[in-house]
Design a protein around this ligand. Structure first.
Ligand code: NDP
Ligand code: HEM
Length: 497
């Protein structure tokens, strides 16, 4: 049959036409096979290499393309081109994820959700790699890998283990704020469309005059917050492990495009010096009343990827991807993340992950990095060294220099990240803004999970709830059937508040 649009000819990976792909080449009808059947060998060998390592965290996820539209002028804070005028649009790609589960895990689990946004701006990609919560479990990067181990599987039983999780949390009271959010009504979003996103860390914005302010990013769902109870989630998972993927894909296919409003909070350096908590501590929020939300724009998702593996699995986000006008802060966790992600991509996807279509900036990329596995060779004959005296080669542009950070008299040391920190006021504030029903559901969800830990772990963790709010502690204790007098150190702890 001659080739036409309806009947394209099957080919080998090298492009040669294939006559038969149903019958292996054999010596006689009963076999054996011939080494010469390179089509069969190619198919088997390629298949054996279909998988790449899954993300060490956030392995299960869903993604889509869309647009960011500026709705409010923030040029007094940032010179980033994507914010340059109201109405300006920038293409985006967002990948949502759960944190702990593997690639095949169920979507509707109680877990933090990842909310990673790639803005393809004219001055490079800006990745805002956040979560659906404004804070995190730990404030020192040393504890990140340890924390993640407790969320994954026990080395011997290969099971998720509540004792391991609560053992760690009860020994790290800085986790209490995030634990309270995780077990609250917002702990299981109904879908990726029905949750907020947060940059979580403190970042900085730099304006045309070179002035820097500290900033937090908030992405609020315009579909309204909707969540699942444990019982609803269990019912959904029983029928459909891909409930978030299905929801996102199908609503976009139907033309119901999900939207989020992006806001910033802004803090000056002077305010940062006088803030009652460390403004760069990832376990803390900046109260809205003192640092109000300033609208920036709207994110809309309106196109599904054509190929999940190529575009979602190989998507590579990194907090190190910033553009002029947006920068980092001293936050120790953020600083550690600046190295970790690109390193993970080089292992998981390959050294030239930037060149894949989903990751490739939509602006020219010109530098002296060369070669490595699977490069497209997009630099052609251009020189691969610098400095050089050739015509038209890429040169640094000093006008993009960031303003210096004044750190005062600093001493380099390993500062104790557990000492002199208030780990209780903000989780307590969150608890106190919950109504009676929310308090009941929170403490029930906690008791259900904490009840699976050893008694000594339960007692240690109960002391933290009491320190945050006496009612919080009392309710969890009662649901665990524990008399508060059994909790070591509680009397001194509550009087200390
Ligand atoms: P506000 O009263 O100004 O803000 C309360 C915030 O709590 C709102 O953003 C609300 O989100 C959010 N919220 C309500 N229920 C939950 C829940 N179950 N889990 C997480 N967030 C929830 O007070 P403050 O700014 O002083 O913050 C008080 C506490 O609220 C904080 O300790 C923090 O735990 C939480 N919070 C604060 C945020 C901040 O940036 N200040 C951001 C998110 C949470 P919504 O408006 O969507 O209802
Ligand atoms: C994914 C490391 C903290 C949000 C990842 C990955 C690594 C990592 C190695 C996998 C990357 C990949 O293979 O593509 C770290 C380290 C942290 C940290 C070392 C702290 C020291 C955080 C925090 C947030 C966060 C605080 C949110 C505020 C995410 C998200 C993803 C991710 C959303 C998935 C991105 C995607 O969709 O591809 N992290 N992480 N991480 N992390 Fe972190």
């Amino acid at each position: 049959m001659p080739e036409d649009k309806e009947h394209p000819i099957l080919t080998t990976a090298d492009g040669a036409p294939i006559a038969d792909n149903q019958n292996a080449l054999t010596a006689g009808p009963r076999g054996p096979l011939l080494m010469q059947d390179i089509q069969l060998l190619e198919q088997m060998q390629h298949f054996n290499r279909e998988r790449i390592p899954e993300r060490v965290v956030h392995a299960k996820g869903s993604g889509a393309y869309g647009t960011f539209t500026v709705t409010n002028d923030i040029t007094r804070y940032s010179k980033a081109k994507l914010f340059s005028e109201v109405g300006k649009q920038t293409p985006i790609f967002i990948r949502f994820s759960t944190v702990a589960g593997e690639r095949g895990a169920a979507d509707a689990e109680r877990d933090v959700r990842g909310f990673a946004i790639k803005f393809y701006t004219e001055e490079g990609n800006w990745d805002l790699v956040g979560n659906n919560t404004p804070v995190f479990f730990v404030r020192d990067p040393y504890k990140f890998q340890m924390f993640i181990h407790t969320q994954k599987r026990d080395p011997r039983t290969n099971l998720r283990d509540m004792d391991m999780q609560w053992d760690f949390w009860s020994l790290c009271p800085e986790s209490l704020h995030q634990v309270t959010i995780l077990f609250s009504d917002r702990g299981i979003p109904r879908s990726y469309r029905h949750m907020n996103g947060y940059g979580s860390h403190t970042y900085s914005l730099i304006n045309e005059k070179g002035e820097r302010v500290w900033c937090k990013f908030h992405i609020k769902t315009m579909q309204g917050i909707q969540c699942l109870t444990d019982e609803e989630a269990e019912r959904i998972i029983g029928k459909d492990r891909e409930s978030h993927q299905r929801d996102l894909f199908e609503t976009i296919e139907r033309g119901e495009f999900p939207r989020w409003k992006m806001y910033i909070q802004v803090m000056t350096d002077e305010q940062a010096k006088n803030f009652r908590w460390n403004p760069f501590d990832l376990t803390k929020v900046w109260p809205h009343a003192e640092y109000p939300l300033i609208e920036v724009g709207i994110l809309e998702l309106n196109r599904n990827p054509e190929n999940y593996f190529a575009e979602v699995e190989q998507a590579a986000f990194s907090p190190s991807a910033i553009v002029p006008g947006i920068s980092w802060s001293p936050d120790k966790m953020l600083q550690a993340r600046l190295m970790s992600y690109a390193d993970a991509h080089r292992y998981r996807v390959g050294n030239n992950y930037h060149q894949l279509p989903v990751n490739r900036p939509r602006c020219p990329v010109k530098n002296y990095q060369r070669d490595g596995f699977m490069t497209h060779g997009e630099y052609g004959a251009a020189p691969n060294y610098f400095p050089n005296s050739r015509e038209g080669t890429p040169q640094p542009a000093p006008e993009y220099k960031e303003p210096a950070w004044y750190l005062g008299d600093v001493t380099v040391d390993r500062y104790d990240s557990t000492k002199d920190h208030d780990d209780y006021t903000q989780p307590g504030n969150l608890y106190r803004l919950f109504d009676e029903g929310q308090r009941e559901r929170l403490t029930t969800a906690i008791a259900k999970a904490l009840g699976q830990a050893r008694k000594e772990v339960q007692l240690r963790q109960l002391a933290h709830f009491f320190r945050a709010d006496e009612d919080y502690g009392r309710r969890v204790a009662q649901k665990l059937g524990i008399d508060p007098s059994e909790i070591p150190g509680l009397v001194s702890a509550t009087t200390a508040r």
